[in-house]
Design a protein around this ligand. Structure first.
Ligand code: ADP
Ligand code: MG
Length: 245
């Protein structure tokens, strides 16, 4: 039995008269890994931002564990956002804090977790992303790949139910992409529910349970990765794959 953790119903998002998300109905099951792929400008980032209410839909619904996020007050939204970790292309680490402090700050400030327990969790997470020896360094002493692994550890420190990734490796030098993908692969294997916007087709093929192909504000096609890459059915996906593969 699968349980829907996120449901998206007739989601529309406009910026002025630019309709960016046209009519999206999909769901994510608990433990599923979804890779969202598609051309630039398709609406992928906007879509991801609607899932944790960083953007409010123009119409339709986004439900997290059955609760509609649309119309909730800020306090409720903050509580729900804590349960959806987000990792962006840019790392957004606090430059004036050590790696350890970067990871500890939100659990202490937002959740009121004790310093001792938070530090223990933070060290465990740093170990998980292969950076236990960097706890006392500052972000500008780290490579891009290391910063992004810290950003993932920081999101995990809030103990989220779902992790959202928006092109987490797009800003990295090529030789650093794999170390970040490895952390994400391990996370997927541990059973984390993940929605990953990515251009890393190898990762998508190997790790995703489902591909959601987006173009022109629609999810044009959803399929298992083998099926999608071998036999894309929508013309937009066929055209996209022809360009990149
Ligand atoms: P993708 O991530 O697939 O490249 P985006 O979701 O970033 O696509 O953007 C889709 C469209 O939405 C683009 O035309 C972009 O200009 C527009 N858009 C995104 N965010 C905003 C915003 N805050 N205000 C106005 N337009 C936006
Ligand atoms: Mg984007």
């Amino acid at each position: 039995m699968s349980t829907k953790i996120i449901e998206i119903k007739n989601l529309q998002k406009k910026f002025k008269d630019n309709v960016v998300l046209k009519n999206i109905t999909e769901h994510v099951d608990k433990g599923q890994v979804i890779c969202v792929i598609g051309p630039s400008g398709a609406g992928k980032s906007t879509f991801l931002r609607c899932l944790n209410a960083l953007e409010q839909p123009s119409s339709g619904q986004v439900l997290f564990e059955g609760q509609n996020l649309v119309g909730l007050n800020d306090k409720k939204l903050d509580q729900i956002r804590q349960r959806l970790g987000m990792v962006f292309q840019g790392f957004n680490l606090f430059p004036n804090m050590t790696v350890l402090k970067n990871i500890m700050i939100a659990p202490i400030k937002v959740k009121g977790t004790s310093k001792g327990a938070t530090k223990q969790t933070a060290m465990k997470l740093l170990d998980q992303v292969g950076l236990a020896n960097k706890a006392d360094q500052y972000p500008d002493q780290l490579s891009g790949g290391q910063k992004q692994r810290v950003a993932i550890a920081r999101a995990l420190a809030m103990n989220p139910e779902v992790m959202l990734f928006d092109e987490p490796t797009s800003a990295l030098d090529p030789e650093m992409v794999e170390e970040v993908l490895k952390v994400m692969r391990d996370l997927a294997e541990s059973g984390m529910t993940m929605v990953v916007v990515t251009h890393e087709m190898g990762f998508a093929k190997e790790v995703a349970d489902q591909i959601w192909f987006m173009a022109d504000g629609y999810i044009q096609e959803t399929a298992q990765p083998d099926e999608f890459f071998a036999h894309p059915t929508s013309p937009r996906a066929q055209e996209f794959l022809k360009k990149i593969l």
